[in-house]
Design a protein around this ligand. Structure first.
Ligand code: NAX
Length: 336
């Protein structure tokens, strides 16, 4: 058995943290042959909850769990980190303006980026879950000059998985048969879930929808008026129905993201992740945007060459404009 892999989880005393820890310790991220060390970072108010989770981890006697560290010190938490899951963030509270939200999160993700720069392992890979995830990832990246920008990503896999779930129901196919869905842009209401190139058991989804709904116009209408807004607002729907925000699905998507990144997307092919833009598909350079991606050899790459029609162009551009706007706002605040 090889050396344990060190995984740092911030906000580990919170809801998503609680759902993540037990799955990672049981091998869901790196498989049944790789031992893990878990470093749990919390703020002082969250330390007891994280310590409690650590007690339960001990009581679970996971054979793969080599060590658990609970700390409020980022330097300790990111020491030797091979993977960093940045979940803890400052939520938007009533009356909070966007500038306040970005500034509060800049106060978290700037120092965490710096601590990753100074303490993490050379191969560190970072996924930001805490919102506003894409811009928080950008802030962290800009404080880690020695870490390649490509190592900072944000989670849009939950949006991707939500889109898969909706499509599977719409065309009555098991979710495992759906391929080729893309989430573009920001993890926000402007995101664009794109099914133009999606297939269900090998058949094109747009044609299946047209056959079911009575023509291409009806299919288009369903996508624009039902599917896209439902995926983009699924978080609010979960809160309304469950009485609490998405937790297990968010943790599951975070594990999907990191597992694919570290071990490869393999034959299931492409997925969606928010990664550093080098200008692919006309997306502004230097923002962290969701793209169609595959992972191989420990690196994400954008799947190039997909057709983008006028409908898609408009929506991609709108979401990217929001990312550029957020970048300008954090730049004006001196956060990047
Ligand atoms: P919780 O409030 O349950 O947990 C957050 C934890 O983070 C708390 O224990 C808090 O003490 C801790 N924390 C705050 N600041 C910290 C810091 N500077 N260092 C370390 N820990 C810190 O929220 P939870 O439901 O777990 O959600 C966490 C984040 O995920 C939120 O920002 C939420 O908006 C975001 N989400 C992102 C999703 C995505 O798809 N990208 C989906 C799910 C989720 O809504």
């Amino acid at each position: 058995r090889s050396r344990p892999v060190t995984i740092t989880i911030t906000g580990a005393g919170g809801q998503i943290g609680y759902a993540l820890l037990f799955r990672i310790a049981s091998g869901a991220l790196l498989g049944p042959d790789t031992a893990v060390r878990l470093n749990l970072l919390e703020i002082p108010q969250g330390l007891r909850a994280a310590e409690g989770a650590a007690l339960e981890l001990q009581d679970s006697a996971f054979p793969l769990l080599a060590h658990v560290e609970v700390t409020a010190d980022p330097a300790v938490a990111f020491e030797g980190a091979n993977a960093a899951l940045l979940v803890g963030a400052r939520p938007r509270t009533a009356g909070m303006e966007r500038g306040d939200l970005l500034e509060a999160n800049g106060g978290i993700f700037g120092p965490q980026g710096r601590a990753i720069n100074d303490h993490a392992a050379d191969d560190v890979r970072v996924v930001v879950v805490g919102n506003p995830a894409n811009t928080n990832a950008l802030i962290a990246a800009s404080h880690a000059p020695d870490v390649p920008n490509e190592r900072f990503t944000a989670l849009t896999r939950l949006d991707h998985n939500r889109a898969l779930g909706q499509l599977a129901a719409a065309v009555s196919t098991p979710v495992g048969g759906i391929r080729g869905v893309t989430i573009w842009g920001n993890h926000s209401a402007t995101q664009f879930p794109d099914v133009a190139h999606a297939t269900a058991d090998g058949d094109p989804v747009p044609a299946l929808l047209a056959a079911r709904l009575g023509g291409t116009d009806a299919a288009h209408e369903w996508l624009a008026d039902h599917f896209i807004p439902r995926v983009a607002r699924r978080g609010a729907e979960i809160i309304e129905v469950r009485g609490s925000s998405s937790v297990a699905s968010a943790a599951s998507a975070t594990i999907d993201h990191m597992r694919n990144w570290m071990l490869g997307t393999g034959e299931r092919g492409r997925t969606s992740a928010a990664i550093w833009s080098n200008g692919e598909y006309g997306v502004a350079e230097g923002v962290i945007s969701s793209f169609p991606v595959v992972a191989e050899g420990g690196a994400w790459s954008v799947v190039e060459g997909l057709g983008v029609d006028a409908f898609a162009r408009e929506r991609i551009d709108a979401s990217v404009a929001e990312l550029v706007d957020e970048r300008e706002a954090v730049r004006a605040l001196g956060l990047i």
